[in-house]
Write a new protein. Structure first.
Length: 221
């Protein structure tokens, strides 16, 4: 049993080198308990906001974020309009965002806002470590008749693993759903995630959008 524990420990340590690990994924929700989500038939998804500094990620990644945000909104089993579509329908292509919101009740029951609040990358160096591990050995020995045979045995030896770098990606996204008639927020989510991987924010953001729109859909369908 002791040998199995040592082998398992070695495998776990090796996995830390190879596979990125989810460090945390925390969602915090609030909803208006008095709001009738079931009456929602049309939702306007406003353009994604970026309070975080995304200047370092490039235009291609930013385009992917916008695409994921709008494509995941199609999970809503109701009519979904983009901000551009809503502006054209209302003839408000050049109007301010606040003016647009004040008129959305003419074409929709709800609007949704998404905002990337934090986008950060960091790393740490895990120092070298030495652990005792059990190793399988073989040797040739003579039996009682003088014949040579191979014998298996185990010994515990020190194994040193070199230092290695662990990259971590952090992202926090806020989602808010508003009643179009009153302009009152009726559902909010803060999704806070980090992953031991390099440049993993864009993939985590896709999952954030998927989770939010699936959960919102469960409320309105």
């Amino acid at each position: 049993m002791e040998g199995l524990r040592k082998i398992f420990g070695a495998v776990l340590l090796l996995a830390m080198f190879i596979f990125p690990q989810i460090v945390s994924a925390e969602k915090t929700d609030w909803r208006d308990p008095h709001y009738s989500f079931k009456r929602v038939r049309t939702v306007v998804v406003l353009n994604l906001r970026n309070d975080a500094d995304l200047s370092s990620v490039g235009r291609v990644v930013q385009a992917k974020l916008d695409s994921d945000y709008f494509s995941k909104s199609k999970k809503l089993r109701c009519e979904v309009l983009t901000e551009d579509q809503a502006r054209r329908m209302l003839g408000m292509q050049n109007a301010s965002l606040s003016a647009l919101k004040n008129n959305l009740a003419q074409i929709a029951d709800m609007w949704v806002e998404g905002n990337i609040h934090l986008w950060r990358s960091d790393y740490r160096i895990v120092p070298a470590r030495t652990v005792w591990e059990e190793r399988k050995r073989t040797r040739r020995v003579r039996n009682r008749w003088g014949d040579w045979r191979e014998e298996t045995y185990y010994e515990t030896v020190p194994v040193t693993y070199p230092p290695y770098r662990v990259d971590t990606s952090y992202i926090i996204t806020n989602f808010e759903a508003y009643d179009a008639r009153t302009g009152r927020v009726v559902f909010m989510r803060e999704d806070n995630r980090d992953r031991n991987d390099e440049n993993a924010q864009k993939d985590m953001f896709g999952r954030m959008c998927n989770s939010f729109f699936e959960d919102l859909n469960d409320k309105i369908r």
